[in-house]
Each structure stands twice: as structure tokens, then as C-alpha cells.
Design a protein around this ligand. Structure first.
Ligand code: ZN
Length: 545
């Protein structure tokens, strides 16, 4: 197997924990239900790393005895994450989950000393770290929804009920499992606010790729980590590959610079294309290596079906790759065909303006639309020079921004300017003072509903004969950079879900601000037409007839 080299255990760890798990946990479902749960390579590797002990660990230490403060396992659909988490929960519930000092040799874990009549005995070798159980294990299976927590919980119950653990844990309830020593296993979601602040010793956090800031789960993860830190407990994330544009808990963990997080995320060589069937098979063989129960033909069938509707999702789910899920918001090729040299913004023309501004990081742009022709051009643009280093200082030259706005109002007949207020409150007020508050309008792009409908209209109008543009390099680039951010806002007409636009990732250097400015300008143009701005003034006064 390709990763075999990576699976060398040359560090001290609680072998007793993984041996105990295989002696006590049973396969929770299928034809082999009730048979011993034998850990496959990736499961063994992940657990042995989770229980890796620091060489200087001292008896009495809880989490600090371990090399890793928490863990993260990233695997594709059906690789066996739920039974894995269940076995891990069993170890933390009644198994040897804590460091109990270094063996001189001959010491034993004897199940009879731990209330278990199964007869299992583990003899430590000299110098090996020993294990002991939590006196009061408090475990929270955590996910975004009950369906998700059920995934693990439904594997956990038969794993306990159908094997030797039944003696230690006689009753597994629908809602929670009572453990010896007044401990318990409960399933929680973000709804269970009161439970989330509780003391915890182990938190399996499932599908953290879905734990985005919008779901409230980033807070949940932080709350649980505080609770764990107070108790000397630890957490383990299990998840599919995530969308790198969403800032999920999984993404934050993976991108965290700290060295005390164990991460397991097998990935096939990047040169293999997921769209190519033969290469896709190789990718599957790689990421499902060791999950012997997975029929790769069935995976291929599911992946091929999903590829037709959501290729990014398919590549994440079955290819274990981090792919920006959201599709590109606009058809860049179509947009490029709308470039025209026949039109330009002639002085005195009736125009609308859109302004989206940043101060240091993102770009700032002023886009104009010729109301009659639907022709867009850029009147001002400021972008942080790409050659600057991350910590180099750079500010948008505010004077130049002001000058560009003044120039626009001096040169054209501006019907309205829609401007996103953050960072430019004072300037907006001054422009409104100079040119009228009916002309300079605050337009909040963070108003999701308003923005989603504006984007729908902009995209609908993006077609020959309706919209055209000057081909400004930065504008075209920003249109191409924009990726869709799904919302739960529905279009009243066809009930489809509307979307917002964002950068591919929060820190992405691929800016979209001129696209925003173009949308704001376009929306103002629509308002101008609706208000009759293009209707020719009457040639004769009726009264003079
Ligand atoms: Zn036992």
C-alpha cells in the first residue's frame, strides 16, 4: 500500500487502548455484526497517534500527557468513519484512554480489575506507557444535525449491545448512554446550547467540514474546546473533505499553524484528474486504501452520478479533495464576448455608478453604466499591488477615490450612485452633501436578500444586446473570480435558491470588488429605467396646443 511508509509507529503510545478496542468492540451491522471489530490500517494509525504519549509525560497528567491536543481524520464517504468514531468513543467511555505511567515490565491491564468479565488481559512491556480509564467520562457526540449525530450513535449502540461491552454498559438509551462512575455519552447539536457549556472529557466532532460560521458551529467548537481544556479532555474531528471557500471548523483545524493537532488526510497525487474515469479509479483506490469493505465499483457509480450535477461535491465526497464547491458565479467566456469597442462613455451621458470600497486588503472600484446602452466601464480602480508581501502596509489612496467620484459627477449626468458604506461612511456623507442624498445612495452589499436579488438580475441581464462592457482587465478578472455562495433565500418566480458572490477563500488574493461595483451600478441603472429616466421629455407642452 502506498502509504505503508507513513504508518510506522516509532513513538510511545497506548497500544493497550487499540488492543482493548479490538477485544471489546464488535462490528455494529451487516453480515459480520457481532464479530470482533478489527481496526484497519488508517483506523489503527489514527488511534495510535491520538494516544501518542509524550516521552516526558508524568503519571497524573491528563491531556498534557499526550503528544496531540486533538485530532482530525479526513476521509471520503463510506470509508468507515462512524464505526471508527464509535470504537474511539468506547475507549474513552470505559477503556484505557488516559496515561497511567511507564511500565517497568510485567504490569497488566486485567479486565477483572475494571468490572469486565470478558477475561481479557494485556501485559505491558518494559518502558511502555500504561493506560487507565476516566473516572467520570463525559462524552458529547457533536454534529450539525440530529441525522448526523445518529450516524455515529446508531453504530455505537450495537457495538456496545452486541458484544462484551454489554456487561460494562448494560443499557444504551435512545437519547443518551449512562456510563459507570456517573459518566454519560450524549448526542448534541448546536441547538443544545445549555449542554454545550458542560464539562466534557471527549468530543467526537463529526462532519466539521459543514461546521461553518453561518451554522453557529464554529462557536460550538470553541465552547467545547474550552470545556475540554478545563477537564483535561480532548476532541477528534471526522469529516469529508470540505469546501475551502467556507471557513469551516475542519478548514480552520487543517490550516492551523499549531503542531499539536494530529491530522490524517490521505490524498491521491494532484496530477490525477477526477474528471477522467481511469484516473478517478486510481484516486478512489488511493483514498479508500485500507477500507476493505468499500466496493469501488459502487463508489464509482455514485461518484459518476454526482459528477453530472455537482462535480465539486463529487470530488470532495469520494475523491477526498479540497475543492471550492461553489461554482463560478458567472460565465466568464460569455462575459468576455460582451466586450465592445463600438461604445464608450461620452461626456454628458446619463449614467449610474456603483462603488465598492475597501481600505487595505481588498480592491476598491467605481464602475459606471450608460443607462441607455447598458454599457459598463471602470472610472476608478485601486488594488493592492500583488508584489507586496503579506505584512507590507498598503492603503487605498482616499484622495484619488474622492477625485474619481468628483470627476464622474463633473463629466457625466449621474442619475444615481449606489455605494457600499463600510469603510467609506465619511466620504459617502460628503458625496451626498455635494451631489444630493437622492443621487448618492447607501447600498449595503451585506444585506443578503437585497444582494441576492441584485445578483440574479445582473446575471440574467448578462447577455448580448442587453449588457456590454469596455473589457477593462480588472473588471473582467473580478467577474471571473466570483464564486457562488449558496443561500436559503428563494427566488419567488421559480422557487430556486438564490446565491451571493464571494472570493474562493477568505484570504484569497483573487478579488471580486469590481464585480460588486458593476452589480451596484447595474442595479442603479435598472432603477433609472424603471423611474422613466430614458423616456424622452415631451416635445410640446400640452397647454400650448
Ligand atoms: Zn473486558
Amino acid at each position: 500500500m502506498a502509504e505503508a511508509d507513513g504508518f510506522v509507529v516509532d513513538f510511545p503510545t497506548l497500544w493497550v487502548a487499540t488492543d482493548w478496542a479490538q477485544a471489546h468492540c464488535v462490528i455494529p451491522d451487516g453480515f459480520e455484526k457481532g464479530d470482533p471489530f478489527i481496526l484497519v490500517d488508517w483506523q489503527l494509525w489514527s488511534l495510535l497517534n491520538f494516544y501518542r504519549v509524550r516521552p516526558e509525560a508524568k503519571f497524573g497528567q491528563l491531556a498534557p500527557a499526550f503528544y496531540y491536543r486533538r485530532g482530525q481524520v479526513v476521509l471520503p464517504q463510506k470509508a468507515g468513519k462512524a464505526p471508527y468514531s464509535s470504537a474511539h468513543i468506547c475507549i474513552e467511555a470505559v477503556g484505557p484512554a488516559l496515561f497511567a505511567g511507564w511500565a517497568k515490565g510485567g504490569e497488566r491491564w486485567d479486565c477483572r480489575d475494571h468490572g469486565c468479565g470478558c477475561g481479557w488481559i494485556y501485559e505491558y512491556r518494559p518502558g511502555e506507557p500504561m493506560g487507565r480509564s476516566w473516572p467520570t467520562p463525559l462524552i458529547q457526540i457533536t454534529a450539525t444535525s440530529e441525522d448526523q449525530t445518529d450516524n455515529i450513535y446508531d453504530a455505537l449502540r450495537p457495538m456496545i449491545d452486541s458484544g462484551p461491552l454489554h456487561e460494562l454498559i448494560p443499557k444504551t438509551g435512545e437519547e443518551f448512554i449512562r456510563l459507570p462512575g456517573n459518566g454519560e455519552i450524549a448526542a448534541v447539536t448546536s441547538n443544545a446550547r445549555s449542554r454545550l457549556g458542560q464539562r466534557v472529557t471527549f468530543c467526537p466532532q463529526d462532519e466539521t467540514g459543514l461546521w461553518t460560521p453561518q451554522t453557529g458551529m464554529v462557536k460550538v467548537a470553541e465552547t467545547q474546546r474550552r470545556g475540554l481544556a478545563g477537564m483535561g479532555g480532548r476532541a477528534e474531528e471526522t469529516t469529508n473533505a470540505w469546501d475551502p471557500g467556507e471557513g469551516s471548523v475542519a478548514q480552520r483545524t487543517a490550516e492551523s499553524a499549531t503542531g499539536d493537532i494530529f491530522r490524517y488526510h490521505p490524498q491521491a497525487p494532484a496530477k490525477l484528474s477526477y474528471k477522467n474515469k481511469a484516473e478517478r479509479r486510481r484516486i478512489h483506490r488511493h483514498v479508500y486504501a485500507g477500507s476493505r469493505w468499500v466496493p469501488l465499483d459502487a463508489i464509482e457509480a455514485e461518484a459518476a452520478e454526482l459528477l453530472q450535477t455537482d462535480p465539486a461535491q463529487a470530488e470532495r465526497f469520494f475523491g477526498n479533495r479540497l475543492v471550492a464547491g461553489a461554482d463560478k458565479a458567472f460565465d466568464l467566456e460569455l462575459y468576455k464576448t460582451l466586450e465592445t469597442e463600438d461604445l464608450q462613455l461620452e461626456p454628458g451621458r446619463l449614467i449610474t455608478l456603483g462603488f465598492d470600497g475597501s481600505l487595505t486588503r481588498d480592491a476598491t472600484g467605481l464602475v459606471a453604466t450608460d443607462v441607455e446602452h447598458g454599457f459598463q466601464d471602470v472610472l476608478g480602480k485601486w488594488e493592492r499591488p500583488p508584489e507586496l508581501a503579506e505584512d507590507d502596509e498598503w492603503d487605498v489612496p482616499i484622495d484619488e477615490v474622492n477625485e474619481a467620484v468628483d470627476q464622474a459627477f463633473a463629466t457625466y449626468d449621474v442619475w444615481r450612485m449606489n455605494a457600499d458604506p463600510p469603510h467609506y461612511r465619511d466620504d459617502l456623507n460628503r458625496w451626498a452633501g455635494n451631489y444630493g442624498s437622492d443621487k448618492v445612495v447607501e447600498w449595503w452589499t451585506n444585506n443578503r436578500r437585497q444582494m441576492a436579488f441584485a445578483l440574479r438580475d445582473f446575471k440574467t441581464d448578462m447577455r448580448p444586446g442587453v449588457m456590454s462592457h469596455s473589457g477593462d482587465e480588472m473588471l473582467v478578472r473580478h467577474i471571473g473570480n466570483s464564486v457562488k455562495r449558496p443561500t436559503n433565500i428563494r427566488d419567488e418566480d421559480d422557487r430556486s435558491f438564490l446565491w451571493l458572490i464571494g472570493k474562493a477563500t477568505a484570504k484569497s488574493p483573487q478579488k471580486i470588488d469590481l464585480a460588486m461595483a458593476a452589480v451596484l451600478s447595474w442595479i442603479a441603472r435598472g432603477a433609472a429605467i424603471a423611474a422613466g429616466a430614458l423616456n424622452p421629455p415631451p416635445k410640446y407642452d400640452r397647454a400650448s396646443w
